[in-house]
Ligand binder design. Structure first.
Ligand code: HEM
Length: 402
């Protein structure tokens, strides 16, 4: 008999501070029945990792949220990547891998570093800043639309940029809430997102995108016959959905970690080449994407518990990333740790396709800030931003000193 838990992983209380509950779920057993939703939960590294690798038994095509696409209509057309299994997934993944090849992503490095350096100089000059608005949102919303090739408008460039930013954040907030139940968070996100959905849908068209950007490269895959024109549009939608909020929240977690661990900031300030490992540790320690679901395709026994076909399994990536069975002293934020193997970017065939892009953003921001600021500290209480999937903040008051 698997342990039964009454914990609601989508309640405001849980989302505000998930870490003690993760501990409870991890220690309850390798597989836990979450009676509130009638689903299985896994919070230990070994089982989470194994399920991520076994896409034949634990599929994504029935949705990677609570909703089962076999019995419920998805809120939008399913993703060709995230919500697909091989062979469909393999074809789409080949195209997106081509569009976001390591070389293509590396070519963006100089621009990322330059934007980060300008931002850091401005921030340190100001001293007191909001880590969310002024850093974690400001940087990705500056570089991402340009990298993708989203037109920013000429005549009223500032207004057009503000509109782009608002639409990307609103859409991401909806998509990541929609993986959870139809609770207040999802309802609120959906009620405010009509114009953002329209905006995103229009930007996925080939004619709406600038030549030379990553989205145009996705359409080149259609020209080469790897995917259809329509599929290319859906792949661009995947980038616009998954490319912003994730990185914003990762930067928030990095800033929170560094601002609350002065000795770690000193290490980074003394050696900004630690920015890459510092960002990686932030993704392990803070797990911006906390959970994803899978659906069983057949009867399977995991650690003595039988899971039936079509049953949903909630994978607590964040809890797995702090499992002491896998990581030594897992709650400690340690930028010199070898964080490799964490599941913050997933694992297996759905491993984050934008990981190299996100890492380059994170490294650029942290290296630039560490070079400019001798210290960073909290200047007020961080305010959590509740989301059914992401663990971020709506405000993170920071004080930077040179
Ligand atoms: C630190 C930032 C990020 C984090 C923590 C993150 C996390 C994740 C995770 C956990 C998955 C696996 C989903 C699953 O197994 O079901 C994933 C997949 C994905 N990510 Fe990311 N992501 C980040 C940034 C990005 C960026 C910048 C992009 C686009 C430029 C992106 C695009 C995608 C796409 C398209 C998938 C689906 C891949 C597939 O199913 O084959 N992500 N991400």
């Amino acid at each position: 008999m698997a342990p039964v838990s009454s914990i609601d992983p989508f309640s405001a209380e849980f989302l505000r501070d998930p870490w003690p509950r993760h501990e409870e779920l991890r220690e309850a057993g390798p597989v836990v029945w979450l009676e509130r939703y009638g689903i299985w939960g896994m919070a230990r590294y070994e089982e989470v990792h194994a399920v991520l690798l076994d896409w034949e038994t634990f599929c994504s095509s029935a949705g990677v949220g609570l909703s089962n696409f076999r019995t419920e209509k998805p809120w939008r057309r399913p993703s060709l990547l995230l919500e697909a299994d091989p062979p469909q997934h393999s074809r789409a993944r080949k195209a997106i891998n081509r569009a976001l090849s390591p070389r293509t992503v590396r070519e963006l490095k100089a621009e990322f570093d330059q934007s980060a350096a300008a931002l850091a100089t401005d921030l340190v000059g100001r001293g007191d800043v909001d880590g969310v608005r002024d850093i974690a949102e400001a940087f990705p919303l500056d570089v991402f639309p340009r990298a993708i090739g989203l037109p920013q408008g000429e005549a009223q460039a500032k207004e057009a940029r503000a509109h782009t930013r608002e639409a990307l954040l609103t859409y991401g907030n909806l998509a990541f809430n929609a993986f959870g139940p139809r609770n207040e968070l999802t309802r609120k996100a959906a009620s405010a997102s009509g114009p953002a959905i329209e905006w995103i849908t229009a930007r996925c068209e080939r004619s709406a995108l600038l030549p030379g950007g990553l989205a145009a490269r996705v359409y080149e895959c259609a020209d080469e016959g790897l995917v259809t024109e329509e599929e290319a549009g859906l792949l661009v939608r995947s980038l616009l959905t998954a490319g912003v909020d994730t990185t914003v929240v990762a930067l928030e977690q990095a800033l929170r970690g560094l601002a609350t661990h002065p000795e770690q900031w000193k290490l980074l300030h003394d050696d900004p080449s630690l920015a890459g490992p510092a960002f990686e540790e932030s993704v392990r320690w803070g797990s911006p994407v906390q959970t994803f679901f899978r659906t069983a395709t057949r009867e399977v026994t995991v650690a003595g518990t039988t899971i039936k076909p079509d049953e949903k399994v909630l994978l607590f990536l964040a809890a797995a990333n702090r499992d002491a069975r896998r990581f030594q002293d897992p709650d400690r934020f340690d930028i010199r740790r070898k964080a490799v193997g964490h599941v913050g970017f997933g694992a297996g065939i759905h491993l984050c396709v934008g990981a190299a892009f996100a890492r380059m953003e994170g490294e650029a921001v942290l290296a630039a800030l560490a070079s400019e600021a001798a210290s960073i500290e909290l200047a007020g209480d961080p305010v959590p931003r509740l989301n059914n999937t992401l663990c971020g903040f709506s405000s993170l008051p920071l004080r930077l000193s040179s």
